[in-house]
Design a protein around this ligand. Structure first.
Ligand code: BEZ
Ligand code: FE
Length: 273
C-alpha cells in the first residue's frame, strides 16, 4: 500500500460521520498531518518526542495556565483565526486574545482608574477616545473590557503580590461614545517560557517578548465585538512580537502620558468569514 492509498483509506473512514462540519475539519486535519509527516520525513523518535511535548503541555494546564494557547499564539495560529473570523468586516483591526483575560472585571465609572496596587515603577497614562460606527457616529452603551500587566510586567493572575483584578476594568460609553481610562504605561514583558511553548521558541532561536500593550474587548449591541490591543510605539519589540499580534493601525504614542484612540465597530451583519 502506498502512503496515498493509506491516506485515502483514513479519509474514507469519516464518510459516514453524522456531523458534516466535524468530518470536514477532521478530514482536512488528517490530510495536512499526513502531508506534514511526509514533507519533513518525520522519524519515529521525532513523532514520539512531539507527543511527549503535547503531554507535558497538557500537564501544565490549570485554570490560570493554558500552554496550548501559548503554542497556538507563538505558532501564529491564534492570530490567523482572529484574522479569518474578522474577515473584511471593517472597523478596528483585531489581534490575539491571549490567556490572561478574566471574566467579571469590575465595572468602572468613566475616568476611573484601573490601578488597585500602586507601584514605584508606575508611569501614569490616561487613555482616551471614542467608540464609533463605520460612519463615524458615536456608539452609546459600548463596553470596553480592558486589561494590562502591572508595571512589573506581570498580570494579577501571575503575581501573588497583586490584588485580584488589579489593572482590569469594564467601561461603558455614554451618548457621546467617549471613554477615558486612567492606567499605567504598559511595558514590554515576556510570555511564560517554562514549558513546551518556551522550549519551542528558544530551541528555534526565537525570543519570548511581547511589545508593551493594553488588551481591549470592545462590544456593543448590534455590532461585532472586536478583540484587540493598543501597542506603545516606543516598544523595543514592536517589530518582533513573539505572538505576531502587532498591526500598524494599533500602534500609538504613549510617551506624553496620554494617548488617544478611536475604536470603530462594524455592524453585526457585516461580512461573516
Ligand atoms: C498576552 O498578551 O497577554 C499574551 C498573549 C499571548 C501569549 C501570552 C500572553
Ligand atoms: Fe498581554
Amino acid at each position: 500500500m502506498t502512503p496515498e492509498q493509506h491516506l485515502a483509506e483514513v479519509l474514507a473512514s469519516y464518510d459516514d460521520s453524522p456531523n458534516d462540519r466535524l468530518a470536514e475539519i477532521t478530514r482536512s486535519l488528517v490530510r495536512h498531518l499526513h502531508s506534514f509527516v511526509t514533507e519533513v520525513g518525520l522519524t519515529r523518535e521525532e513523532w514520539f518526542r512531539g507527543i511527549e511535548e503535547l503531554k507535558r503541555a497538557g500537564q501544565l494546564c490549570t485554570d490560570e495556565r493554558q500552554e496550548f494557547v501559548l503554542l497556538s499564539d507563538t505558532l501564529g495560529v491564534s492570530m490567523l483565526v482572529e484574522m479569518i473570523n474578522h474577515g473584511d468586516a471593517g472597523g478596528t483591526e483585531p489581534t490575539v486574545f491571549g490567556p490572561f483575560h478574566l471574566e467579571g472585571a469590575p465595572r468602572k465609572e468613566m475616568g476611573e482608574s484601573i490601578i488597585v496596587d500602586v507601584m514605584d515603577t508606575d508611569q501614569n497614562l490616561v487613555v482616551t477616545g471614542s467608540v464609533l460606527d463605520l460612519d463615524g457616529n458615536p456608539i452609546e452603551g459600548a463596553e470596553l473590557d480592558v486589561w494590562e500587566t502591572a508595571s512589573n510586567g506581570f498580570y494579577d493572575v501571575q503575581d501573588e503580590n497583586q490584588s485580584e483584578m488589579n489593572m482590569r476594568g469594564i467601561f461603558t460609553t455614554g451618548a457621546d461614545g467617549r471613554y477615558e481610562i486612567h492606567a499605567v504605561r504598559p511595558i514590554d514583558y515576556t510570555i511564560p517560557d517554562d514549558g513546551p511553548g518556551g522550549d519551542l521558541l528558544f530551541n528555534n532561536g526565537r525570543h519570548n517578548w511581547r511589545p508593551a500593550h493594553f488588551h481591549f474587548v470592545v462590544s456593543a449591541p448590534g455590532y461585532r465585538s472586536v478583540i484587540t490591543h493598543l501597542f506603545d510605539s516606543e516598544s523595543n519589540y514592536i517589530d518582533s512580537d513573539a505572538v505576531f499580534g502587532v498591526r500598524d493601525s494599533l500602534v500609538v504614542d504613549m510617551a506624553s502620558g496620554t494617548c488617544d484612540f478611536d475604536f470603530v465597530l462594524a455592524p453585526e451583519a457585516a461580512a461573516q468569514p
